[in-house]
Design a protein around this ligand. Structure first.
Ligand code: SAM
Length: 288
């Protein structure tokens, strides 16, 4: 059979099953064999691995994953793609297709019955839910050896951005709190069908055993981070006063005692400094 990356094959599958690319589900299928193989290689997959794939589409990346993995579980929301996947993946005995919304699936329960040494996630993500998917897995109490995601370039840059850069924001701090994030390679819009409006990027993430920031209260930490970036053009003191219940005096005191300039903007603050500030304010709140 011709490769699933061939536009001619994709068109004939769509025809045969009376399907259309569903924009609502972010259906942009890969049409470049090298990119598909490179994504799978980035996963460093072995027979000891259980791989979760989100959004198999017509099974292009899934086939590459099945070749080296112990088992692949692919979760696809679109009912109409299930008969296609049953056909395109029929040669593999190590694949399980689940028709479900990944955001509604109980992953921890799903994995209870599996017996593999390593659990990894490899996916060409549906772009409209990139952030909730990634944050969901980072926050989940689950041992994940490695995550490899093909996502919008702009989101990838935000995930690994450093303080003081344009891409740096609350997503950078949240992702780097939980994981070591690396940009692997760029993926041009031309390798998808249909072609999306933006370029893409492959990132890999390894969850930290323990976060390296010392944070007394995670809820307070993420509240302060979010508030600090809410009005990017405001100084930190103004953003924190506007977006939290702390008074200007309390915020000023906290900044002074943490040795942080009140005129600084949130985007210049490191995760470490946000943690210090959040711990201080958390302490103040506990004393009230
Ligand atoms: N893996 C295929 C490829 O690389 O060619 C398709 C990737 S396409 C960008 C995203 C896939 O995710 C589509 O097949 C889409 O139907 C599926 N999808 C969208 N929303 C989903 C959700 N909430 N849960 C599971 N799959 C979803």
């Amino acid at each position: 059979m011709e490769k699933l990356t061939s536009p001619r094959v994709i068109k004939s599958i769509l025809n045969e099953y009376d399907l259309h690319f569903n924009k609502r589900y972010g259906q942009n299928f890969l049409i470049d064999e090298n990119i598909v193989n490179k994504i799978a290689e980035t996963g460093e997959i072995t027979r000891d691995d259980l791989i979760l794939e989100i959004g198999p589409g017509i099974g292009t990346l899934t086939s590459a994953l099945c070749k080296n993995a112990g088992k692949v579980i692919s979760v696809e929301i679109d009912k109409k793609l299930i008969p296609v996947l049953n056909e395109t993946l029929k040669e593999f005995e190590n694949v399980e297709i689940i028709q479900e919304d990944i955001l509604k699936l109980d992953i921890i329960k799903l994995l209870e019955k599996e017996m593999f040494c390593n659990f990894k996630i490899v996916a060409n993500l549906p772009y409209y839910i990139t952030t909730p998917i990634i944050m969901g897995f980072l926050e989940m109490d689950l041992d994940i050896e490695k995550m490899v995601f093909l996502i919008q370039k702009e989101v990838g840059e935000r995930l690994c951005a450093a303080p003081g850069t344009k891409a740096y924001g609350s997503l950078s701090i949240a992702a780097q709190f939980y994981a070591d994030v690396e940009i692997e390679f760029l993926v041009p819009a031309q390798v998808f069908m249909p072609k999306p409006k933006v370029d893409s990027i492959v990132v890999s993430m390894k969850k930290k055993k323990e976060p390296d920031l010392i944070v007394d209260n995670r809820q307070m930490f993420f509240k302060i981070v979010k508030a600090g970036f809410n009005n990017r053009r405001k100084t930190l003191i103004n953003s924190l006063t506007t977006n939290t219940n702390f008074t200007k005096e309390q915020v000023l005191q906290a900044l002074n005692d943490c040795g942080i300039s009140p005129s600084i903007r949130g985007e210049a603050l490191t995760g470490q400094e946000f943690a210090q500030l959040a711990n201080y304010l958390n302490n103040q709140e506990n004393l009230r």
